[in-house]
Design a binder for this molecule. Structure first.
Ligand code: 5GP
Length: 193
């Protein structure tokens, strides 16, 4: 069993609305051993795709994305949920993303400077639920005229429609750990990646 699955069983907590809390090793305090293993596996899967950039959304995607980017030896870019003063006046790509855990829709932004039509982009996120975050990131990649190589996910909830929506949008999804159910506070894993 992977470190990630072991830690989910040991330290994951099931919250209402099918939310799995993993703050002790992935979302707040971060265990680099777990995240490094995730990054190594995602790198292995997408190794021959000519990836030029790893792309995520702040904040929880950043830790896995930076280690994946280090494995590919390419830059990591993260979409921002608010515009800092240093970005005022810069040309930006903007899309809307609905947050699963916060239940709010907000603009997410990148500077046009960091993504262009020569880029082959690997999208990374901590969780895949309804696919909103990844679909927003795909939209930003498309606005830049770049290519999506695929989506790498740490924890996918297979009982929610994220994978289907991403595949319908033409993106390959590869998940390190797949959860089939969180019913009655129990984590049940699904097979495959
Ligand atoms: P989606 O955009 O696929 O609907 O949801 C994925 C995003 O919502 C992730 O970036 C993650 O931050 C958050 N999320 C979705 N489900 C969960 C969950 O069960 N636990 C935690 N901690 N975050 C989640």
């Amino acid at each position: 069993m992977s470190n990630l699955k072991e830690r989910i069983l040991k330290d994951g907590q099931v919250f209402p609305n099918n939310v799995l809390k993993v703050d002790s090793f992935l979302n707040h305090q971060i265990d680099p051993t777990v995240v490094k293993e995730i990054a190594t596996e995602i790198h292995k899967h997408f190794a021959d795709r000519g990836i030029t950039k790893v792309f995520t959304i702040e904040a929880s995607g950043i830790a896995p994305a930076i280690l994946v980017a280090a494995a590919f030896e390419v830059p990591m870019l993260f979409a921002k949920k608010s515009v800092p003063s240093t970005m005022h006046g810069a040309d930006k790509y903007v899309t809307k993303v609905h947050s699963y855990t916060k239940d709010i829709t907000s603009d997410v932004i990148i500077s046009q400077q960091y993504l262009n039509e020569d880029d082959v982009v690997l999208i990374i996120d901590d969780f895949l639920a309804n696919g909103e975050a990844s679909i927003g990131l795909i939209d930003l990649v498309k606005q830049a005229g770049a290519k999506v190589a695929g989506v790498g996910i740490c924890i996918e909830k297979t009982f929610q429609p994220g994978r289907q929506r991403l595949e319908e949008a033409g993106a390959e999804v590869y998940s390190i750990c797949r959860i089939a159910s969180l019913e009655d506070g129990q984590v049940t894993f699904a097979e495959g990646n």
